[in-house]
Design a protein around this ligand. Structure first.
Ligand code: GLN
Length: 563
């Protein structure tokens, strides 16, 4: 990347204390930045609020690009355990990210890139590589100005590359954490360098309502905001999360303690109607508050009034039917590990005007015979076996798939789910009792699922699955073709194993159809059983591309079959 220094901010020399490289083509004053920070506690929906702001601004014709700036030292999310951190979301360009990126993509209905995701690990890797290459010209490399300088460069690089007018930056963690301090400091410096009118700080805080008191308390929020002010970050807008609607007196208190005008202290209480959140924020003037602080002339903006329609379509009021979908996985204790699947089901709820309930099936419990398959599958109208890795829970998944195949219950197998379906079919239809995937049994007699050729040479973990968007050739006269309506589709992948090509013929001879494959190579991407109500497996993750008004065809197929 070409870099130069913001001239008035300093020269690149050993003697200068300034260090603020900017990417090629950067024009100061051309872009507006909105930082979304959290205080008091994490996990109160910063990602949803950031996505909502993006939606509100887009509705007014502004081009926005959201970034998640994450404070952990991992270079990307690829090595993170979804049980601790929630789902690993995969972008079309193959970047493995935090699940918030999924939320952004769904709300703005667009594809993001590696530029939209930043981690401490990524910044530090660059700094250390540059240091080894002598790029800091003999300077001692410091937290300020170097770490913050490189961080600001990433913020600005997103502006240049995305060509967006407004860059939204969600800072991971809460104010007061050690880890994200450099991100907050970089934000403070950016405001100074870009000018007050170009940078807006939004703080998402929490108002407690202890049961023993029966009233809302603002002290924790006040202290959180105070912490932010101490770091030189004066909030422009405060959003108060709470269980019940925030009382005006609480909003007034926050206003007094934070110097934020009352119209910019916004309440956001818990709501079952997730898709109403952008509208709830708009009704309280959040969009106007952003325009006010960034000196954006609202009169010059269009108003495409799409939000009301979107909200109405996505909020299912009178569902015509209720169905129960089982999800057999091994991280069922933390629902965030499968968040995109849940969202894809919600998209189908709106599409078909139905209520979809989810039953979490802990695959390990079937394995250890704590629970019988017939017992866990009771009342389940359709089953999803999601992606996964490793041995634990695998046999339980195979059992559930067998049940669906034999009892003609709609089934959607995603990635590992497809691979488990192949194992099940090989064992119980092809009669290969010891069939398995070499992922869990490297010495299996019948490795019906094995490593992809490109994966055989790879050592170590992190960023080396087959990752990102790839084209799929869809076979005509198949269920897949019926669902997609075209012969070429693009979906997102994250895997190392595939159907072993040596067994394809045998699978086909017993009625299994490979209805999607990678162009030019023999990698199978979709399987189906034509005689079954719906038995469909994808080597890719259709949940990553499902969007509110445009649900994934694979999920639509499953739900339609259940109805
Ligand atoms: N573990 C399997 C593989 O590596 C499946 C991966 C997944 O489900 N994302 O191919």
């Amino acid at each position: 990347m070409g870099e130069k220094q913001l001239s008035e901010l300093g020269k690149k020399s050993v003697d200068s204390e300034f260090f603020s490289p900017v990417p090629e083509g950067y024009q100061k004053g051309k872009y507006k930045y909105v930082f979304i920070t959290g205080s008091v506690i994490s996990g109160i929906g910063k990602g949803t609020v950031t996505s909502s702001i993006a939606k509100l601004l887009e509705e007014r014709g502004l081009k926005v690009s959201p970034m998640k700036a994450e404070a952990y030292y991992n270079v990307d999310a690829g090595t993170l355990n979804p049980f601790r951190h929630g789902e690993v979301f995969v972008l079309d360009d193959g970047t493995e990210t935090d699940m918030d990126l999924g939320s952004y993509e769904r709300f703005i209905d667009g594809n993001l890139t590696k530029e939209n995701y930043l981690t401490t690990g990524k910044i530090l890797t660059e700094i250390l590589e540059k240091e080894r290459a002598g790029k800091y010209l003999g300077r001692d490399v410091q937290f300020i100005p170097h770490v913050t300088g490189e961080t600001k460069k990433y913020f600005r690089k997103l502006a240049v590359d995305s060509k967006a007018e407004v860059i939204l930056i969600e800072i991971g963690g809460t104010v007061g954490d050690y880890e994200n301090m450099y991100l907050l400091e970089a934000a403070r410096q950016l405001r100074y360098e870009e000018g007050e009118d170009n940078v807006c700080f939004i703080n998402l805080t929490y108002i407690f309502e202890p049961k023993t008191l029966g009233e809302q308390k603002s002290k924790a929020a006040q202290l959180g905001i105070k912490k932010m002010i101490e770091m030189g970050l004066m909030p422009d807008i405060v959003i108060c999360r709470s269980e019940n609607p925030v009382h005006d007196t609480i909003r007034e208190k926050i206003s007094v303690f934070s110097n934020v005008p009352l119209n910019r202290v916004i309440g956001l209480h818990d709501s079952k109607e997730f898709y109403r959140i952008p509208l709830m924020l708009k009704e309280q003037g959040l969009d106007k508050a952003v325009f006010e602080t960034l000196k954006i002339d609202e009169k010059k903006l269009v108003n495409n009034k799409s939000l009301e329609k979107w909200t109405e379509k996505m909020t299912v009021v009178n569902p015509k039917k209720k169905i129960l979908i089982g999800i057999a996985g091994k991280y069922t204790g933390l629902k965030d590990s499968y968040i995109s699947i849940i969202k894809a089901l919600e998209h189908c709820e709106a599409e078909f005007n139905v209520k979809i309930e989810v039953k979490w099936i802990e695959a390990t419990e079937i394995e250890t015979a704590k629970k019988k398959v017939s017992e866990v599958m009771k009342g389940v109208n359709g089953l999803i076996v999601p992606g996964g890795y490793g041995k634990r829970g695998a046999e339980g998944k195979v059992e559930c798939i067998k049940y669906c195949r034999e009892k003609n219950i709609p089934f959607l197998g995603i990635c590992y789910g497809l691979q488990m379906a192949l194992v099940e079919f090989a064992r119980n239809v092809l009669g290969k009792k010891n069939a398995s995937t070499s992922e869990i049994d490297s010495k299996t007699e019948f490795p019906v699922v094995c490593l992809l050729p490109d994966q055989r040479k790879i050592e170590g973990l992190g960023g080396n699955n087959r990752l990102g968007g790839f084209d799929i050739e869809v076979k005509k006269n198949s269920i897949a073709f019926e669902l997609y309506g075209k012969e070429k589709v693009r979906e997102r992948f994250r895997h190392r194993y595939e159907c072993n090509p040596d067994y394809i013929k045998e699978f086909e001879s017993k009625g299994l159809v490979f209805s999607g494959k990678a162009p030019k190579v023999n990698i199978m991407q979709i399987i189906e059983l034509p005689k079954h109500k719906f038995f469909f497996g994808t080597q890719y993750h259709p949940e990553f591309t499902s969007r509110p008004l445009n649900p994934s065809p694979c999920f639509k197929g499953l739900i339609k079959a259940c109805l």
